[in-house]
Write a protein that binds this ligand. Structure first.
Ligand SMILES: Nc1ncnc2c1ncn2[C@@H]1O[C@H](COP(=O)(O)OP(=O)(O)OP(=O)(O)O)[C@@H](O)[C@H]1O
Ligand SMILES: [Mg+2]
Length: 621
């Protein structure tokens, strides 16, 4: 029985509406007016009233919000008003409780989107699709909100990495961040991160002739040993024996086949109907559902082994639209993925600076991809059709933890409990450190090693909150684990002498970017997409200003740079401290392009350059 509470429904819509105003204002799609404010003398609260509007009576804003505004945005005859705090990046943190439309509260997001469509002249086809994505997101948000209500920041902070992932908010910038088009209540309940339900995988045998592989140590063992090594990560000895018995009923030679897992939903919806010919000629053989239990991580397609948490994470294609693209696995990075992660792990292990920072690489040691013969030769076919079947095995964060360490996605830093209290405040308070010491430790274990990787080796990883795993000890970040090498790791388009050890085959597969683009893997990926959402909590809850936050970060970068005078030229190429930086927008892309299929993933668009809050301010220590 579906039983939706009106109060929760209103809450998730209000939360999303606040995000819609905030991000679309940041992306310069909505021009929001800041109304004139009269301050009264009360020292405890700043009572504000607005001149020149008839609809608003006067409102209260938080005492410690020095950049608080009453804002207004008009669409035709409809007047939206809300309180917001303007942050250092120029973005607004909107108070969801204050949102009104023509004086009415609790307006659904679909209505806000219709108002926005009117102003930006959005095509109705795009609006209709956008509303579908938003409704999907809101429904998933209901489940997530209900779960989160059971925790406060103390209990949240003590959860394991996997358990915490089920409660995280999701992508902070993308408006429809739980869209998963094609999934209904049943799928969400079984397979979504917020449902946190364990499930088993559906195994198939894949004939070698249709598989593309990238697997480490193939030269040191025979084929069957490799198959067993992979399977041992995903099932018990007894389950493996039974699986081989099922395989043997087909009278095929195991030396000709790989055995891989598929996501049960993908198996049913795409693999069987799109690869029927391969099942008919035994290039694919169904071996059934077996093995360990898995739970979806935030990315949905990467799964944690719940039965044996130190065993590999499994990344599987799922052909659903989820935050801006279909979540398949492309074949183009498969052959080099394992060698690349081996190379990076070796490189980081040899680098004293990275070792000292406890910088870890979650090795993606095995990858298999099967292309669809019906689609493979259609040059401009939608990319999703060639990304339906494959697997990547990756070391789990649990496997690299030492002592009492816990793994937490960097996205945890922007998480709150149901009352809106931040998890980062909880970590800092529980650590016993000052805000400044704690942040210094955070920057020195995250930004600085990633910056070192960029400047010394010309390598960068899209450093958003889902790709970085903090290794926390006694509530303090003591290390970092990186992952996602099949496409999200890129290299500078210049020949650095440090690239000499990089095998040509790997270099050929890596995406090469000019330094000023590569920089954004850290700048936009991390500063704008993680830290922008973290610093306001410290300003609000711990009176640690955003100026102090970013100037401290700038100081840590300068401190790092002072240790490597020989990299001076690189620091100029990869200049994180420039006065202005490009502003990269992702929501506007969908508004521009719409929902039709494309042969490549969509690219972001640029808005007015940002005033860089890291630009060193004279006089800051
Ligand atoms: N805070 C966050 N920042 C970025 N992405 C997030 C965040 N929370 C959830 N996500 C989701 O995680 C995914 C990030 O995409 P990305 O391509 O980095 O990962 P992936 O390749 O799907 O998985 P993995 O990182 O496990 O290899 C998207 O599906 C996105 O919606
Ligand atoms: Mg990722």
């Amino acid at each position: 029985m579906i039983n939706i509470s009106q109060g929760q429904w209103q809450q998730v819509n209000n939360t999303l509406n606040a995000k819609i105003f905030s991000e679309l204002h940041y992306e310069e799609l909505l021009i929001i007016e800041k109304l004139k404010i009269n301050h009264c003398k009360n020292e405890q609260k700043r009572h504000l009233s607005i001149e020149n509007t008839e609809t608003t009576q006067g409102v209260e804003l938080a005492v410690n919000a020095k950049n608080a505004h009453v804002c207004q945005w008009i669409s035709g005859d409809n007047v939206w008003q809300f309180n917001a705090v303007e942050c250092i990046w120029g973005n607004l943190v909107v108070d969801e409780k204050s949102l009104t439309r023509n004086g009415q509260v609790n307006i659904v997001s679909a209505e806000l989107l219709a108002d926005i469509a009117h102003v930006i002249k959005l095509d109705d086809i795009i609006l209709g699709n956008l509303i579908e994505e938003i409704q999907q997101t809101l429904f998933a948000d209901l489940i997530a909100t209900e779960k989160l209500a059971q925790y406060d920041t103390d209990t949240l902070s003590k959860l394991s990495g996997v358990a915490l992932q089920a409660l995280l908010k999701g992508h902070p910038k993308v408006l429809a961040n739980k869209d998963r088009l094609g999934w209904g209540t049943d799928e969400l309940n079984r397979y979504s991160p917020e449902a946190a339900n364990p499930f088993q995988l559906h195994f198939i045998a894949v004939h070698k002739k249709i598989a593309t592989t990238g697997i480490e140590k193939l030269d040191t063992e025979n084929h069957q040993q490799t198959v067993k090594r992979m399977l041992a990560e995903m099932m018990s000895e007894a389950q493996m024996i039974t699986l081989f018995e099922v395989f043997s009923t087909q009278q095929k030679d195991l030396n000709d086949y790989w055995i891989i897992p598929t996501h049960p939903w993908q198996f049913q919806h795409f693999i069987v109907p799109q690869f029927t010919a391969q099942f008919a000629d035994d290039s694919l053989i169904d071996l059934g559902v077996t093995g360990d239990n898995y739970q979806a991580q935030q990315s949905i397609r990467t799964l944690s082994n719940i039965s044996r948490p130190k065993n590999n994470d499994v990344k599987l294609p799922i052909t659903i639209l989820n935050t801006s693209c279909y979540r398949g696995i492309p074949g183009k990075y498969i052959t080099s993925g394992a060698a690349l992660s081996e190379f990076i792990q070796h490189l980081c292990g040899e680098d004293d600076f990275l070792q000292h920072a406890n910088f870890k690489v979650l090795k993606e040691w095995a990858g298999i991809h099967v292309s669809n013969p019906n689609q493979a030769n259609i040059a401009q076919t939608p990319y999703r059709y060639n990304e339906m079947l494959g697997v990547i095995l990756r070391q789990s964060p649990e496997a690299v933890l030492q002592g009492q360490q816990q793994d937490k996605l960097a996205a945890a830093l922007m998480q709150t409990d149901a009352q809106g209290q931040s998890l980062i405040k909880q970590y800092i308070t529980a650590s016993g450190l000052t805000v400044e010491s704690w942040l210094t430790q955070l920057f020195d274990t995250t930004v600085i090693p990633l910056y070192h990787l960029m400047c010394k080796y010309g390598l960068a990883l899209v450093a958003h909150g889902q790709n970085l795993t903090l290794l926390m000890e006694d509530n303090v970040p003591k290390g970092l684990a990186i992952k996602d090498f099949h496409g999200d790791l890129r290299i500078v388009d210049q020949a650095f002498p440090e690239h000499q050890g990089l095998p040509g085959a790997i270099a050929a597969q890596l995406t090469k970017l000019p330094a000023q683009y590569l920089l954004h893997d850290l700048y936009t990926g991390h500063f704008v997409t993680v830290l922008r959402f973290v610093s306001p909590y410290l300003a609000d809850e711990m009176t640690y200003s955003e100026e102090d936050f970013y100037q401290l970060l700038a100081q840590r970068i300068l401190h790092y740079q002072s240790q490597y005078p020989e990299l001076q030229e690189r620091f100029q190429q990869f200049d994180l401290l420039a006065e202005t930086m490009e502003k990269v927008c992702i929501n506007r892309v969908r508004f521009n392009v719409g929902y039709q299929d494309t042969s490549e993933r969509l690219l972001p668009v640029l808005a007015t350059p940002l005033n860089n809050p890291l630009y060193p301010i004279a006089g800051y220590q």
